[in-house]
Design a protein around this ligand. Structure first.
Ligand SMILES: NC(=O)c1ccc[n+]([C@@H]2O[C@H](COP(=O)([O-])OP(=O)(O)OC[C@H]3O[C@@H](n4cnc5c(N)ncnc54)[C@H](O)[C@@H]3O)[C@@H](O)[C@H]2O)c1
Length: 275
């Protein structure tokens, strides 16, 4: 008997959930997890080819693919319109699309991501995707969620939204002998997400829409030493996350199991921020 109650509590079957950046490393995992749990995932990404590959690989539940740029209000409005036409409801939004620029040897004009010379256009681009995109998507799903009187929005942040980057991790020199840094835009945008979540959670608290932050630590994707060793040494659990280790937390935040949780921050970081 008890197990049935808990099964219902964590149930997301039949829910319609938009996943921005759904074609990325973690977005793909979320789409698979949602589909396995019986939810209908809507992949929103600028990478249509990858999004279609993921949708094709998902067996069972239906997956909708939408090529859209989260920084474009018209694209975002179209995502909501098409989703509503297709399913007639939107239960969840996973604000997951983000820019975490990697080293690009073609655009090096000094130490990589050095604050002193950080380009204004790179600042604008990252803040646009990581913050404006989140704002536009939440604003757009607000209409159907307010009408339904329910919804769950999950804003994805990072350990670097809570603490400053440990720049010692990135000390490895690239082939051009330039020093590499985690960019300022990542910290600024990921920290701002916490404020955005608290604002929206309290703003919509009485209309049935819950808004929470999901804060994540680094995911292993073939990293090599010395970065990997330094990351492991710096992490209490002694390893990076596996790419599917955040799925359970996501389903929790989207389901009734988290019904009393809003404006909060769920941290999965292997203990990174505990010391
Ligand atoms: N991977 C990690 O170790 C890690 C750790 C902490 C937090 N995060 C956060 O998790 C989220 C996903 O990370 P990831 O590793 O899967 O990244 P990723 O780069 O693999 O995926 C991001 C996806 O967003 C899409 N995207 C980029 N700009 C877009 C735009 N303007 N409109 C629509 N889609 C756009 C990309 O095409 C890509 O598919 C990010 O917010 C990231 O900051 C990741």
């Amino acid at each position: 008997m008890m197990s049935n109650i808990y099964k219902e509590t964590f149930d997301v079957e039949g829910q319609v959930v938009i996943v921005t950046g759904g074609a990325g490393l973690l977005g793909e995992q979320y789409v698979h997890a949602l589909s396995q749990a019986g939810a209908c995932a809507v992949i929103v990404d600028i990478n249509k080819t990858k999004a279609e590959e993921i949708a094709h690989a998902v067996c069972g539940e239906e997956v909708l693919v939408m090529k859209a740029d989260v920084t474009d209000p018209d694209d975002v409005a179209r995502v909501v319109e098409v989703t509503m036409d297709h399913y007639g409801r939107i239960d969840g939004l996973v604000n997951n699309a983000g820019l975490d620029p990697k080293f690009d040897p073609d655009h090096v004009s000094g130490h990589i991501n050095a604050f002193e010379t950080f380009p204004v256009d790179r600042w604008d681009e990252a803040i646009d995707v990581n913050l404006k995109g989140m704002f536009l998507c939440a604003r757009a799903v607000g209409f159907p969620m307010l009408e339904a009187g329910k919804g769950s929005i999950v804003n994805v942040s990072s350990i670097y939204g809570l603490v400053g980057p440990d720049q010692r991790l990135y000390e490895e020199k690239d082939p051009t002998e330039l020093r590499s840094f985690k960019p300022v835009t990542y910290s600024v945008s990921k920290a701002a997400i916490l404020g955005f979540t608290r604002y929206l959670a309290t703003y919509w608290a009485h209309q049935g829409i819950r808004v929470n932050t999901l804060t994540l630590g680094g995911v292993y994707q073939g990293h090599v030493d010395p970065f990997l060793s330094r990351y492991i040494w710096r992490t209490p659990l002694g390893r990076m996350a596996q790419r599917d280790e955040y799925n359970g937390a996501l389903l929790f935040l989207l389901s009734e199991a988290s019904s009393y949780m809003t404006g909060s921050n769920l941290v999965l970081d292997g203990g990174w921020t505990a010391w």
